[in-house]
Design a protein around this ligand. Structure first.
Ligand code: C5P
Length: 224
């Protein structure tokens, strides 16, 4: 039987990626963290496409997109993002990337560049993909759609702990402001804004542990 296609969207730091990864392992699905792709392009832009003032030159980025190859490689069950064969999995979590990613992600050229590879991955089924526009734009025919949300304080806490775990120094208030700002840009952008698909199930996991959220999502997924 064909394995399902599952779309997980939602606000920043609701645990989408780590939850999707565990569900993928449990159900034998491929997991794609699409936020990592936008972060990868942003990291590239910060390395190669800055103007004299130190801001990202979007036109230079657009004309360089064809030179960027993004690939997830499996290292003992952990997916590592490579950009042109360089492991950038830690770099893409930096505060600098977080501060610029929503500006890069709202560009049509960037979204178009990443769309096809996301769709191709899901063609044969057996995929769980997390992001902001998976249920609405990338995979509108997904078998299951979930939309994750949680209070801003809880999300700040989670992101702060994630950064500490990676050894990245962060200020709690700045982390909170970055989440608020990103969610605002992501929700208000013209192309593929962050919003719940009409047929997605909302899960507010402010008071749920990761394990409880996973259990709840799995309770909706029938045998396949
Ligand atoms: O999921 P994560 O927080 O790593 O995503 C980083 C950023 O990438 C988001 O704030 C958003 O700007 C962008 N993104 C997007 N569409 C997706 C996934 C992420 O625009 N499907």
């Amino acid at each position: 039987m064909k394995k399902p296609v599952i779309a997980i969207d939602g606000y920043s730091s609701t645990g989408k990626s780590s939850i999707s990864k565990i569900i993928a392992d449990k159900l034998g699905l491929i997991h794609m963290d699409t936020g990592a792709l936008y972060r990868g392009i942003t990291w590239y832009a910060l390395q190669h496409c800055l103007d004299e003032k130190g801001t990202i030159d979007l036109n230079r980025l657009f004309s360089s997109l064809h030179q960027i190859e993004l690939e997830f490689k499996n290292h003992d069950g952990i997916l590592i993002l490579y950009l042109n064969n360089t492991d950038i999995s830690k770099e893409i979590r930096s505060n600098e990337v977080s501060d610029h990613v929503s500006l890069v992600a709202k560009q049509k050229e960037v979204r178009d560049f990443l769309l096809q590879s996301q769709r191709s991955l899901a063609e044969k089924g057996g995929v769980i993909m997390d992001g902001r526009d998976i249920g609405t734009v990338v995979l509108p025919d997904a078998d299951y759609k979930f939309f994750l949300t949680a209070s801003i304080d809880e999300r700040t806490n989670r992101r702060f702990l994630e950064l500490s775990g990676l050894g990245i120094q962060a200020d709690r208030e700045q982390v909170k402001q970055n989440l608020i700002e990103r969610d605002k840009i992501d929700s208000e952008r013209e192309i593929a804004p962050l919003r719940k698909a009409d047929d997605a199930i909302i899960i507010d996991n402010s008071a749920l542990t990761k394990e409880e959220t996973i259990k709840l999502i799995l309770s909706y997924i029938q045998n396949f």
